[in-house]
Design a protein around this ligand. Structure first.
Ligand code: GLU
Length: 498
């Protein structure tokens, strides 16, 4: 196969997810197996949710995994820019082309009207879909309303009948009735494209030949194929990968289990073990084959036909087993110590730690017990350890539950931001900040006193903090949905400035 080009196209809206590494790996393997190129594109058309920090973390995490891209926002390439927010002009041109051919149209419907329309469709048990009202506007009407400065979006024209057949490399032909495909917004009222337009235009301009992406995008494929046909472009070959699952078959989500690549890094998994593990989820070992394999071997034996259609289980004990084998079988004692040193942190982290710890130790030997919690995985806590003065157990649960949510939303992970969150929660609970902080000490450091809490949380990192708070909360009883809602409204109504 010549000229193969694949890509991974993450949206920088959160922590790098193991699912992104899985999708990246499949795309990488396929491209490399066929002597092609693998591209990284940042899909940041959702300006409200995308952050530069998330983009940085995603690139960092994929690099740590050992997946290298030939073109991308950091390394450049002949089809750049590789960040969609820098390509708005390109999308506008293509949207205008569609409108001029009547394949897309301007829609002036207000939110209120759309809301009513959807409610009526729900009541009539019809598929939720734009009803085409603005398709009936005359060109003169449209021009007049644009001149009057009326806000509007551009929508994809979708036939009212007929079938769209999506050919998926593993699922075969999947049929969709056009009448259940929405007339998707392609350009928002602020002139920014939506994912659908940007994704198709970019895959074409970047000469992507194969798209392997999560199955949650399968239902978008008819819209994409319609766009390809309107533009007269050949669509890439598609394969929708099943989502990774928890052992109970539920969708892998951070509410149940750690899903962040950086969590696994923080816990001391080796990148080659994580990649090896993900590779086995895409292509299980064949008879007699050793499951331990490096990226080179992973690429060589990769077969797209072997990628499962059922959701592979993210089985952490298996990952543990592989990680242990890497440590035992692939690392010399020197290499292991080198890994440990790199994992424990660069000079910046260790200097900061020294600065914070120095006033609290008398002998060097006091250091390890004091800061050991920063270099451990899960803490062995008991419910009773979380009993603190001045807070009822239910208040501790509230504090943890609210903190998990609020800390996740912090744009920058640093001691100052963390402190603001804990103080807001203390105020919402009507407690002094030092009293509210006490159970956090225990949950995070394993002890009632330690080095300063907010610095500890910063140094420990967002992923391990989330995990420790989640574990502590589970000891006291994970809140019900109703409790969570009530507590969140408590925080909102406390009107403490964010
Ligand atoms: N930006 C999408 C995501 O984050 C990419 C979907 C696709 O690969 O087409 O999953």
């Amino acid at each position: 196969m010549s000229g193969v080009r694949t890509r991974v196209a993450p949206s920088p809206t959160g922590d790098p997810h193991v699912g992104t590494a899985y999708v990246a790996l499949v795309n990488y393997c396929f491209a490399k197996k066929h002597g092609g190129e693998f591209i990284l594109r940042i899909e940041d058309t959702d300006a409200a949710r995308s952050t530069a920090e998330s983009e940085r973390l995603i690139l960092d995490a994929l690099r740590w995994c050992g997946i290298a891209w030939d073109e991308g926002p950091d390394v450049g390439g002949p089809h750049g820019p590789y960040r969609q927010s820098e390509r708005s002009e390109i999308y506008r041109r293509y949207a205008d082309e569609l409108v001029s051919r009547g394949q897309a149209f301007r829609c002036f419907c207000s939110e209120a009207r759309l809301h009513e329309m959807r409610a009526a469709q729900r009541a009539a048990a019809e598929p939720s879909r734009y009803d085409g009202l603005c398709l009936t506007l005359s060109p003169g009407d449209v021009q007049r309303r644009i001149s009057a400065g009326e806000p509007h979006v551009i929508r994809l024209r979708v036939p009212n009948e007929g079938l769209c057949v999506v050919s998926d490399l593993r699922r075969g032909d999947v049929e969709f009735e056009y009448r259940s495909v929405d007339m998707q917004v392609l350009v928002k009222s602020d002139g920014m494209p939506t994912y659908h337009l940007a994704n198709v235009v970019d895959d074409h301009l970047m000469r992507i030949t194969h798209v392997f992406r999560g199955e949650e995008w399968l239902s978008s494929a008819p819209k994409h194929l319609l766009l390809y046909s309107y533009f007269g472009w050949e669509p890439p070959k598609l394969l929708h990968l099943p989502l990774l699952r928890n052992p109970d078959k539920s969708k892998l989500s951070k509410r149940k289990n750690p899903t962040g690549i950086l969590f696994y890094r923080a816990l001391g998994y080796l990148p080659e073990a994580l990649i090896n593990f993900l590779a086995l989820l895409a292509n299980a070992a064949r008879d007699g084959e050793d499951e331990l394999m490096d990226l080179h071997a992973i690429v060589r034996r990769f077969e797209v036909e072997q990628v499962p259609v059922g959701g592979p289980i993210f089985d952490v004990p298996k990952l543990d087993w592989l990680n242990a084998r890497y440590i035992r079988e692939r690392l010399t004692p020197e290499a292991l110590m080198d890994r440990v040193a790199r994992w424990a942190g660069g000079p910046e982290r260790l200097n900061r730690l020294a600065e914070i710890s120095a006033p609290r130790i008398e002998r060097l030997s006091d250091l390890a017990p004091l800061v050991g919690f920063l270099f451990s995985g899960r803490l062995a806590l008991m419910r009773d350890d979380l009993r603190v003065a001045k807070l009822e157990e239910v208040e501790v649960r509230q504090a943890f539950a609210l903190a998990i949510r609020e800390l996740d939303a912090l744009p920058v992970w640093d001691a100052a931001g963390i402190e603001t969150v804990i103080k807001r929660i203390a105020e919402a609970l009507g407690k002094k900040a030092r009293d509210a902080a006490r159970p956090f000490y225990v949950a995070i450091t394993g002890s009632a006193t330690s080095i300063p809490l907010f610095d500890s949380m910063e140094l420990l990192g967002r992923d391990l903090v989330r995990e420790r708070l989640r574990n502590a909360l589970a000891l006291l009883g994970t809140p019900s949905k109703r409790e969570q809602e009530v507590w969140e409204s408590l925080l909102a109504s406390a009107q403490v400035p964010a």
